[in-house]
Design a binder for this molecule. Sequence first.
Ligand code: TRP
Length: 330
Amino acid sequence: MMETVVSGIRSTGKLHLGNYYGAIKNFIKMQNENRCFFFIADYHALTTHPKPDDLHGNIKQILAEYLACGIDPDKATLFVQSDVPEVSELYLLLNMNAYVGELERTASFKEKIRKHPDNINAGLLTYPVLMAADIIIHKATKVPVGKDQEQHLEMTRRFARRFNTIYGVEYFPEPDAYNFGMELIKIPGLDGSGKMGKSEGNGIFLSDTPQAIRKKVMSAVTDTGPTEKGQEMSEPVKNLFSIMDVVSQKEVTDHFREKYFSCEIRYGDLKKQLAEDLIVSLTPIREKLNEILADNKYLARVVKEGGEKARESAARTVREVREIIGYRPF
Ligand code: TRP
């Protein structure tokens, strides 16, 4: 069935291996069969107060990275959130029926308060409302989200349902999480715990040079090595194998697993192999990325056309929503 899919990514840094294998590779498949909207959430990015020069640079970087990975602007609508001001109007309208209590109870908000008590701004509080506006403005039916965004999607459904109930309409669909039809690939970080992220300094970026990749992998956390045959792996070692499962040939991963379980493994060899296999996987993307980053004309055309397509869809919704709410012409 043809779904309307919406996915946003905050423009707060470069994309890493986890973004690619966890999400973007699936987007490339989805864009063939669905009506897809992929956008760069540069309004959401303002909650952390980026410097003006950084804001633009980050948007450009992610846009180019999406294109380098294979998101096709002729198949999907690829756009920048702030090019579609209609979303801010829908956000305002939805805010009137979003309750401070429920927003304060959001897990991501509570975490922000804990981590950044000096910057608890209203934009953070209403972050889920803006995200709901992003999604329902295109009447999305599916949203590909990771675990950390499930609650936001739940709130999106609630805001959509609430609107329908208040006005006695069946206007907004309630979007579900996109089911990739296979197990979600999670890429762990190189620092021994947790998943790969951009802030933790534990990741491999799509734009990393071969030298940078070698350096990061060689200094990844391991342990002192197995001392008993068949010994279970520690978290950091398991993580290196998980990354290897994604980028290396099966014979290679089998070989190193065997070495591990027979206590003959040398982590240095494993890391060298992993680094080279990462380089093989990422080099085509990095080369394409550099080409695209140098082609401002192309980037300008992509955002212009994407923005126009997204605005068309968004403007229709806002027009209809205004009518439903009771804004009428004289
Ligand atoms: N909140 C998402 C994140 O931090 C980004 C996002 C903004 C988004 N708007 C969205 C994701 C709409 C999906 C749909 O990752």
